[in-house]
Ligand binder design. Structure first.
Ligand code: NAD
Ligand code: UDP
Length: 390
């Protein structure tokens, strides 16, 4: 039964029937939090598909209260015919699988395009052909750059929300030139969104598309040299956490002037659960999921993380807490950046009544407390013994 055993009601007051969910990419950052929520608070069953399970191992034991409701299937969706059987067994498929770290978009553009378009295709097709509902994870990056970024500095329209607030049903998707391979990811995600939308329109596929706006929290990515490749470049939360753990300056790419809105993973997972349990309100929709109140430049993010981490550890920050690096030096040729990403929340608010709750300070406080507890000893050991750890 559900955590607490109570009958769950949907937003229209109807009892929610237990579902079987095929979750592809369940072993990643978002998947691990979604599995945790589904096990602790609902009666739904999860067929968890991934090539890794490190981040959900704590949910898989046979002695846990939800034992039997989550099964791990280690398979690579690129080439495994078992996927079809799992999707057919489920009421709903959630596809999270992707290469989604920006350092890969310009350095591994082929893998990025295959992962985000070609490998996602069979999932869409199997769902469509078998009348199975699909929740597909896209990205806010499909919006690309804001219209406002093409206006001259100081132009009054730059301050007009129409030029920078991103709306699912109105904003254009603006990418850089092909040689800026950064956009390989956004373009592949946009094409799979269009395909899903077309399957909905022409073949009746019941779908929901999610566009996450920088969801962050514990278990995001990896700490280079500790639980990931020592030369690997994760997303900004893990890059800055790694710098803080090692007491080295945080690297600001091109001065850290780009802006982002960050939402706490636990808030965002509430939104996904509403989509799962309210199909009539979520089907056929594309949802921005982010926190427009948590907007900062990357430089400000670095400053806040430095302050929060100092509070968590009781250690004074470095005298020079940040350094500037060029994007070419940090990411290599072909990098480009989204200038600003503010999600318009009208649609998710209207359909599901969802609002994010957690402030940037609070979400960084709990996340950096987790990072410190999880990694500080291992980082100290690795730094004391660099040969062994490499
Ligand atoms: P993640 O990298 O932590 O998780 C992705 C998971 O998919 C990984 O566990 C990986 O092993 C698995 N996977 C990849 N290819 C696979 C394959 N061929 N077969 C089986 N498993 C495979 O990433 P995440 O942050 O959890 O993101 C999940 C989804 O959300 C992705 O589609 C991503 O593009 C999208 N997204 C996330 C964010 C965010 O803020 N975290 C932002 C925008 C978009
Ligand atoms: N960034 C940075 N230093 C780092 C890592 C990232 O300045 O060590 C910047 C990056 O250039 C981008 C922003 O932080 O402007 C967010 O990067 P992330 O990799 O989290 O993903 P994105 O939001 O671009 O998809």
């Amino acid at each position: 039964m559900a955590g607490g055993g109570a009958v769950r009601l949907d937003l229209d007051g109807q009892a929610i029937q237990p579902l079987t969910i095929c979750m592809v990419g369940a072993g990643g950052f978002i998947g691990s939090h979604l599995c945790e929520k589904l096990m602790a608070e609902t009666s739904h069953r999860v067929l968890a598909v991934d090539v890794y399970n490190d981040k959900i191992k704590h949910l898989l034991g046979s002695d846990l209260p939800w034992s039997g409701r989550i099964e791990f299937h280690r398979l690579n969706i690129k080439h495994d015919s078992r996927l079809e059987g799992l999707i057919k067994m489920a009421d709903l498929t959630i596809n999270l699988a992707a290469i989604c770290t920006p350092a890969d978009y310009n350095t591994r553009p082929l893998d990025t395009i295959y992962s985000n378009f070609i490998d996602a295709l069979p999932v869409v097709k199997i769902c469509s052909e078998n009348n199975k509902r699909l929740i597909h994870f896209s990205t806010c990056e499909v919006y690309g750059k804001t219209a406002g970024s093409f206006l001259p500095q100081g132009h009054p329209l730059r301050n007009d929300a129409d030029f920078y607030v991103l709306k699912e049903d109105a904003s254009p998707c603006i990418f850089g030139p092909i040689e800026k391979q950064r956009w390989s990811y956004a373009c592949a995600k946009q094409l799979i969104e269009r395909l899903i939308y077309a399957e909905g329109a022409e073949n009746g596929l019941e779908f929901t598309i999610v566009r996450p706006f920088n969801w962050i929290g514990p278990r995001m990515d990896f700490i280079p040299g500790i639980d990931g490749p020592s030369e690997g470049v994760p997303r900004v939360l893990a890059c800055f956490s790694n710098n803080l753990l090692r007491r080295e300056p945080l690297k600001l790419v091109d001065g850290g002037q780009s802006q982002r809105t960050f939402v706490y993973i636990k808030d965002a997972i509430e939104a996904v659960l509403l989509m799962i349990e309210n199909p009539a309100r979520a089907n056929g929709q594309i949802f921005n999921v982010g926190n427009p109140n948590n907007e900062v430049t990357v430089k400000q993010l670095a400053e806040i993380m430095t302050e929060v981490y100092s509070k968590v550890t009781g250690e004074a920050p470095l005298e020079v807490p940040t350094i500037d690096v060029s994007s070419k030096e940090f990411y290599g040729e072909g990098y480009d950046d989204s200038d600003r990403r503010i999600p318009d929340m009208t649609i998710i608010n209207r359909q599901l009544g969802w609002n994010p709750k957690t402030s940037l300070w609070d979400l960084l406080d709990s996340t950096l407390t987790y990072q410190h507890k999880t990694y500080s000893q291992a980082v100290k050991l690795a730094m004391a013994n660099p040969v062994a750890s490499s």
